[in-house]
Design a protein around this ligand. Structure first.
Ligand code: NAD
Length: 484
């Protein structure tokens, strides 16, 4: 694939492709090889402000466009995205490292977010409420909230922007996106697609750059921004919430997770083992809903751990562009060090390495590759059992009863996704209801999609994306009381 150049990648602000105010750029690197892929504008505060002001100017016309008009543009963008699936998937793998099959899936799901929200745009119904007196009428109207600032992480560089920008635009909001500095390229491509699909100037803006803290603060404090939607770590989410409080902005936060995966002894064990592998090791374990802790009922714990370790050892690690690769590199040095620290901490406290446990260099590649790792004999006070590893490491712990499993699973400040496998439907309901999590997969390691509300309990966030709920978070409710 041809290597892109700085002239290919610019920021879309007020309908025009721009360099940053300073003219500076930064390099985006392939985490599998360390090679430079492209240069991207290093936008500063002037660029952020220009984008916010453009979005503010574009808001009246866009919010008054009938829903059909907004839906037509989003559907067209989805079609273009599907036509470019292969090209986008390759670029995504180059900047993020994930296997190409996962990138193709991410392009498909991103196009699905555009289509789903295009349809939802037509269904932002209000209400007529029975009035308290005969000479009054009461209506409940829904209106777009205004300028939306969206801040996204690197682990799903295409679908995270799509999951925010699509509902915001569908609701009638205008948007400024700040993608992660590690993976801005497919985000920029998304805006190229939106422009080609006919999005008016200023409605969708993207500002790239290296100073995330400065840009994030500006977006969360800017008086013209009415809503901040952020996906990333809980730590940064809390900081943004403090900034947003100054102007009482609406916020939606999709933050960290620490997903438990519970296997009861009546489960289909082979299906459960395959599901754990998928849930833990896709995207090299760098997924907010990835399994972080595996709890197995004590009678089957040894046999099940051995099977999971065997499957983990058989996963192919390498450059995501190579056929058959199932686990790519970690995103960067910081991510790699966290994984090493978690494994070292577990080992030093007596954990047994059942699979993996070290850095590897497939085909001599210098990226941050780590073997899919399974740890036995773990305790709840080990780092892996309470801090999000965000890497290919799976600690396994036995449990005795249903109540124990629920208690262990809920013993965390996070509450994003949880999984469990059982064939007993009564237990299915009891456990699903007992788990303090926003997303529960019962015999299902992939409980997500544009039609399913996505978000967390506790410190995993506020609000929901996707589903019918998703769009509502970009709208205000207005009560209209009329005296006749
Ligand atoms: P991060 O919090 O470091 O960064 C997320 C985004 O915020 C990036 O664009 C980054 O540039 C920006 N940012 C960083 N510091 C900032 C600051 N001080 N102020 C404002 N913006 C700042 O997270 P990450 O490493 O990019 O992503 C991994 C985290 O994201 C994990 O905790 C993961 O669980 C979480 N995540 C959650 C979901 C979800 O839907 N709940 C989805 C994906 C990732």
């Amino acid at each position: 694939m041809a290597v892109a150049t700085a002239s290919t990648y610019r920021m879309l602000i007020d309908g025009a492709w721009r360099e940053g105010a300073t003219g500076r750029t930064f390099v985006v690197r392939n985490p599998a090889t360390g090679a430079s892929i492209a240069e991207v504008p290093d936008g500063n505060l002037d660029d952020v402000r220009a984008a916010v002001e453009a979005a503010h100017r574009a808001f009246p016309a866009w919010s008054h466009l009938p829903a059909d008009g907004r839906a037509a543009i989003l559907h067209k963008a989805a079609t273009i995205m599907r036509e470019r699936q292969e090209e986008l998937a390759r670029l995504l793998t180059m900047e993020n490292g994930k296997p190409i099959a996962e990138s193709r899936g991410e392009v498909a799901s991103s196009a699905a977010f555009l289509d789903w929200n295009a349809e939802e745009a037509r269904r932002t119904y209000g209400q007529v409420v029975p009035a308290a007196s005969p000479d009054k009428r009461v209506l409940v109207l829904r209106q777009p909230v205004g300028v939306v600032a969206a801040i996204t992480p690197w682990n799903f560089p295409l679908s995270m922007p799509a999951r925010k920008v699509a509902p915001a635009l569908a609701a009638g909001c205008t948007v400024v996106l700040r993608p992660s500095r590690a993976t801005p390229l497919v985000a920029i491509e998304t805006f190229r697609i939106l422009k080609e699909a006919g999005i008016p100037a200023g409605v969708a803006n993207i500002v790239t750059g290296t100073n995330s803290a400065e840009a994030g603060r500006e977006l969360a404090e800017h008086p013209l921004v009415r809503k901040v939607t952020f996906t990333g770590s809980t730590e940064v989410g809390k900081q943004l919430m403090r900034y947003a409080a100054g102007t009482m902005k609406r916020v939606s936060f999709e933050l960290g997770g620490h997903a438990p995966f519970i296997v009861f002894d009546d489960a289909d064990l082979e299906k459960a083992a395959q599901a754990v592998i998928l849930s833990r090791f896709r995207n090299a374990g760098q997924t907010c809903i990835c399994t972080n802790r595996l709890f197995v009922q004590d009678g089957i714990a040894e046999r099940f751990s051995a099977r999971v370790a065997e499957l983990a050892r058989n996963l192919k690690v390498g450059n995501g562009l190579d056929a058959g690769v199932q686990v790519g590199p970690l995103i960067d040095e910081r991510g790699f060090q966290k994984v090493e620290e978690h494994v070292a901490d577990a080992r030093s406290h007596g954990a047994e390495v059942l699979a993996g446990g070290r850095r590897v260099s497939p085909d001599g590649l210098q990226g941050y590759f780590y073997e899919p790792t399974v740890l036995g004999n773990v305790r709840t006070d080990m780092l892996v059992m309470h801090d999000e590893t965000f890497g290919p490491v799976l600690p396994v712990m036995p449990f005795a009863t249903e109540d124990d499993a629920i208690r262990l699973a809920n013993d965390t400040p996070f509450g994003l996704a949880a999984y469990f496998f059982t064939r007993d439907m009564g237990r299915g309901f009891r456990v699903a209801e007992g788990l303090e999590y926003g997303i529960v997969g019962l015999n299902d390691p992939l409980p997500t999609g544009p039609h399913i509300p996505f978000g967390g309990f506790k410190e995993s966030g506020i609000g929901r994306e996707n589903g019918a709920e998703g769009l509502q978070h970009f709208m205000e409710v207005k009560a209209l009381s009329i005296a006749l």
